[in-house]
Design a protein around this ligand. Sequence first.
Ligand SMILES: O=c1ccn([C@H]2C[C@H](O)[C@@H](COP(=O)(O)OP(=O)(O)OP(=O)(O)O)O2)c(=O)[nH]1
Length: 364
Amino acid sequence: MAGELSGILPDREIAALFAASAIAAPKVPDEGQIQPASLDLRLGAKAYRIRASFLPGRGVSVAEKLKRFALHEIDITEGAVLETGCVYLVPLMESLALPADLAAAANPKSSTGRLDIFTRLLTDGAQEFDKVPAGYRGPLYIEISPRTFPIVLRSGSRLNQIRFRKGAGALLGETELKSLHDAERLVDAADPNISGGGIALTIDLAGDASGLVGYRGKRHTGVVDVDRKADHAVLDFWEPLRLSRPGELVLDPDEFYILVSAEAVHVPPGFAAEMTPFDPLVGEFRVHYAGFFDPGFGHSAAGGTGSRAVLEVRSREVPFILEHGQIVGRLVYERMAALPDRVYGASLSSNYQAQGLKLSKHFV
Ligand SMILES: O=c1ccn([C@H]2C[C@H](O)[C@@H](COP(=O)(O)OP(=O)(O)OP(=O)(O)O)O2)c(=O)[nH]1
């Protein structure tokens, strides 16, 4: 790898990490596993039903903690059902031996967030979820807790993704973000709010021509197979939301919603974006579970003009009134260490380019 890179590693640098055994796995990478700015992680052969979520803490391995907290071991080579409300831990196929100047961060894949499957990455010695310290050597685990639908998954299923970050300082400050917006139009809004390190996204509660503004997850549904695309009927799992009072939605704290941003979003190929999670300054609700936005998302050369951000929304503790145009999240932008060979949308396997209000790829 070139020595001077700093920023988020692109696809070919991730492939180089595999070649150098800085990422190891019992199988070669699957088709589409290496994305423009991230790597999808694959589930290993076993899942553990655990009593409760935990962090191993400094100097302690996850395997040691598992001895105390595992209730049951499940073989998932041929597939297994994970139930809602339960917490599971699954060793991932990929393990890491990162160079000293390379750190990583994980997030659920967009499809996982849209299914309301709560996932977090764990490393040995972790004091925080979803973060991999520079130079980490060791196994990776994913904590999984389906919240709305029971799911079927198996060894090789890909629920979360990891970005590799070299050096520091690749995050754009507000002045840089303003100039990038002036040059590239990052969100399709006349006068976007750029503050708090990011560019604001607002909620669309006006709806489409039929008045549809979003979906609410149903309860006591059948199972969703995370590896089966376009194979589940929308109405078996989701209740379409049409508002009696246009522009206003009361979020019930026990429900899960799929909504959409009012603005189209654009991530130029030399950048990677992330939606910052739940901002307590805008209200007691959480707008997303899956926050990575790929280079090329919404980029017109990659077929993405008009790609809006799909938002996974849950209110916390109290019912909350969302109003059309309200700020619900922020996108932060980071420089790529180099341009990716392929950007989001340029291949047929990108499921969400040019999207409006869109459920996960599992539904038709
Ligand atoms: O909360 C989110 C997160 C992501 N995205 C968009 C931007 C991102 O570039 C795209 C795909 O995200 P990801 O790669 O996480 O999804 P996937 O499930 O792997 O889908 P694909 O197979 O299309 O890559 O979805 C959203 O609209 N909302």
